[in-house]
Design a protein around this ligand. Structure first.
Ligand code: PMV
Length: 330
């Protein structure tokens, strides 16, 4: 068997990817910018069955064998890798997240990036990070950004080859923290893959897209200057703009729970009344990501833990890019 194992960090988007120009290739409607996370990662082993003993791909996630229905997205991604290598081998895939599912941390980003890195390495395909980013993007847009560490931009592009992520700064550039306030562990009713298809039905989509280039520029500037007071307002604005698009699509996507709003109000209170430099962003779910400088993180964590609507807090700093490991999960 040809086997390889990769560990890849998830990422939190500061300027979001929402909506697709091309749904088959996952070409987005704009660039996006994220921070790769050090402390929320997926480890994946891919073992290709060269002798043909396996009839189907076999997928174990966090210790649980997945049904063919739950393995469909994985099999489709492996089909892309098989196509690249010109093989028909099935694969045994074992994957572990070091963060709880439904925690509001995107497991599809680190999951598809790790599957791409391990799967290609096990096939002996020597591809650079840019090429791997394009491959990961096919199954999860945000996965394209996890191919690089630190602060990363995904260029919209217009084709499979040029819609890829690139690094802006390494993880050492700025010691930021992402504190995820988990307010509900409920599974999403609609996957983000389906959500992207609905974006165009929102009357507010054009407004967001018309402004997003300015917000990207502001985010790049804030990162260059390591200025949380510049970064914070623009990431809040974009998260609220994305959720406005979600809420006004048909059908309407309302990801927020009462606890979501509780945390948003608390963040604004801490900032406006007490001068704590902490800002929020929210992905396709109810949990809230609080972004602040490392030195403010203990204070933010204590305050979050004291809120009744917060079930748990997960903290992560900026992390490095994918690693290939010598120890396998299989
Ligand atoms: O990569 P997907 O299809 O899971 O979409 C990710 C969408 C958001 O997390 C809401 C935004 C983003 O850019 O990560």
């Amino acid at each position: 068997m040809s086997i390889a194992t990769a560990r890849v960090g998830s990422n939190i988007a500061f300027i979001k990817y929402w909506g697709v120009a091309d749904a088959t290739l996952n070409i987005p409607l704009s660039n996006s910018i994220s921070m790769t996370l050090a402390d929320a990662h997926t480890t994946t082993t891919v073992a290709w069955d060269e002798i043909g003993a396996l009839e189907n791909d076999a997928f174990v996630l966090d210790g649980v064998a997945q049904s063919p229905a739950r393995s469909q997205r994985l099999t489709r991604h492996l089909d892309i890798l098989r196509g690249l290598a010109g093989v028909t081998w099935r694969a045994r895939v074992t994957s572990e997240n070091n963060f709880p599912t439904a925690s509001g941390i995107a497991s599809s980003a680190s999951g598809f990036a790790a599957l791409t890195v391990a799967g290609c390495a096990a096939l002996g395909l020597e591809l650079d990070a840019t090429r791997l980013s394009a491959i990961a993007r096919r199954s999860s847009g945000s996965a394209s950004r996890s191919l690089f560490g630190g602060f990363v931009e995904w260029a919209q592009g217009s084709s499979d080859a040029d819609s890829v992520a690139f690094p802006l700064y390494g993880p050492e550039h700025w010691d930021l923290r992402d504190l995820v306030a988990v307010v509900s562990g409920a599974e999403k009713k609609l996957s983000s893959a389906d959500g992207h298809l609905l974006a165009k039905s929102s009357p507010l989509l054009d407004g967001r897209i018309a402004h997003v280039n300015g917000w990207l520029a502001e985010t790049r500037r804030a990162l260059a200057e390591r200025d949380i007071q510049r970064l914070g307002p623009v990431i809040e604005l974009d998260a609220l703009a994305m959720h406005s698009v979600m809420m006004t699509s048909s059908p309407s996507l309302l990801y927020w729970q009462p606890g979501t709003l509780d945390v948003l109000q608390a963040v604004r209170r801490w900032r406006e009344e007490e001068g704590l430099a902490v800002y929020f962003t929210i992905d396709a779910g109810p949990n809230v990501h609080l972004i602040c400088a490392a030195e403010s993180a203990p204070e933010v964590e204590t305050r979050l833990a004291a809120l009744r609507s917060v079930e748990r807090v997960i903290v992560s700093g900026p992390g490095r890019g994918p690693q290939l490991l010598d120890e396998h999960l299989i």
